[in-house]
Design a protein around this ligand. Structure first.
Ligand SMILES: C=C1C[C@]23C[C@H]1CC[C@H]2[C@]1(C)CCC[C@@](C)(C(=O)O)[C@H]1[C@@H]3C(=O)O
Ligand SMILES: O=C(O)CCC(=O)C(=O)O
Ligand SMILES: [Fe+2]
Length: 350
């Protein structure tokens, strides 16, 4: 339906102060080469350099690129190809896995029925990945159970892709720990047995791309996002009061910290406002892996990040509580964590 629109329905038109009406100059994002850090004989200097670059990025805008990450080009290509196959299916097939109200998994087209204004110009498929030896095939099983056994090949690709994403996330967590002056193991152990979300974003071409947004301005409420863009520009980050674009680089993953990691860092690192714009010429797709801790793990900063000058910025919470807040009570935007804290402490949301 989105493809055929010449006139844009009002609910897809964003307010003037949020329209993507100006060009977004490219942002020069720190590029972190993980080759040496990941090698068995990684040198302390390689680790130090990688954690220094991450510290620089996370102190500025929370976005960085990783290359030589060890994930095969073939697997990434398969993941994009499977996404194309899913979105080429007729709406009736995709709606077999329609996202249910209040749930984070399933298929959604523009979130009609969930939101009434500022609808995103996109279709999404989200599913759960569990880094848990007791449930080793959650992704593969989801595809077979929800879509049918003929989707086993897709399920296998995304099961492997998510396992690689989880493993890469834990290595990045080692670097984030070092960059914050806590032990290399602290955050890695916190995210073991992670219960994460994989999302396939599909953005159809739009006849009036200066009126709409593929994904509206937001900070990811999650802990770490590992994103792979296809060859079409669209990701923009709000830095120094200006929207800046991050150009696609097929060999790189775009990594950003989210609200939950901002809380874990006691606000030393900030999750960053970003959005996705669309265009009139071509569709755009992105693979987004959202690292989330085990649901009942208490999110609070390590004691090394607390002292009399830097008291606690956010209350203890679990990811399960924050996820439910975003799915049932609040549309994630640039103030989610503060709104969630107010909600937890029962202050009226501003
Ligand atoms: C936990 C999540 C909620 C969203 C998907 C993941 C991480 C990003 C969130 C989101 C993309 C932020 C913008 C608004 C949102 C509604 C969307 O456009 O999809 C958010 C996702 C969601 O609530 O489904
Ligand atoms: O598609 C993109 O480039 C960004 C999408 C995004 O920010 C998200 O899904 O949280
Ligand atoms: Fe995002």
């Amino acid at each position: 339906m989105l493809n055929l629109q010449a006139t844009i329905p009002n609910q897809f038109i964003w307010p003037d102060d949020e329209k993507p009406c100006t060009e977004a100059p490219e942002l020069d994002v720190p590029l972190i080469d993980l080759q040496n850090f990941l090698s068995a004989s990684s040198s302390p200097s390689a680790t130090l350099e990688a954690s220094r670059l991450i510290s620089e990025a996370c102190s500025k805008h929370g976005f960085f690129l990783v290359v030589n990450h060890g994930i095969s080009e073939e697997l990434i290509s398969d993941a994009h190809e499977c996404m194309a196959r899913f979105y080429d299916m007729p709406p009736s097939e995709k709606q077999k896995v329609q996202r249910k109200p209040g749930e984070s998994c399933g298929y959604a087209s523009s979130f009609t029925g969930r939101f009434s204004t500022k609808l995103p110009w996109k279709e999404t498929l989200s599913f759960r990945f569990c880094d848990d030896k007791n449930s080793p095939n959650t992704v593969q099983d989801y595809f077979c159970d929800a879509l049918g056994h003929e989707f086993l090949p897709l399920g296998k690709v995304y099961q492997e892709y998510c396992e690689e994403m989880s493993s890469l996330s834990l290595k990045i967590m080692e670097l984030l720990g070092l960059s914050l002056g806590v032990s290399r193991d602290y955050f890695r152990e916190f995210f073991e047995e992670n219960d994460s979300i994989m999302r396939l974003n599909y953005y159809p071409p739009c006849q009036k791309p200066n009126l709409t947004l593929g994904t509206g301005p937001h900070c990811d409420p999650t802990s770490l996002t590992i994103l792979h863009q296809d060859h079409v520009n669209g990701l923009q980050v709000f830095v120094d009061n200006q929207w800046r674009s991050i150009s696609p680089n097929p060999k790189a993953f775009v990594v950003n910290i989210g609200d939950t990691f901002m809380a874990l860092s006691n606000n030393i690192y900030k999750s960053c406002l970003h959005r996705a714009v669309v265009n009139s010429q071509s569709e755009r797709k992105s693979l987004a892996f959202f690292l989330c801790p085990k649901k009942d793990r208490v999110v609070k900063p390590p004691r090394e990040l607390l002292d009399s000058n830097t008291p606690r910025r956010y209350p203890d919470f679990t990811w399960s509580m924050l996820l439910e807040f975003t799915q049932k009570h609040y549309r994630a935007d640039m103030n989610t964590l503060q709104a969630f804290s107010d909600w937890l402490t029962k202050k009226p949301i501003k």
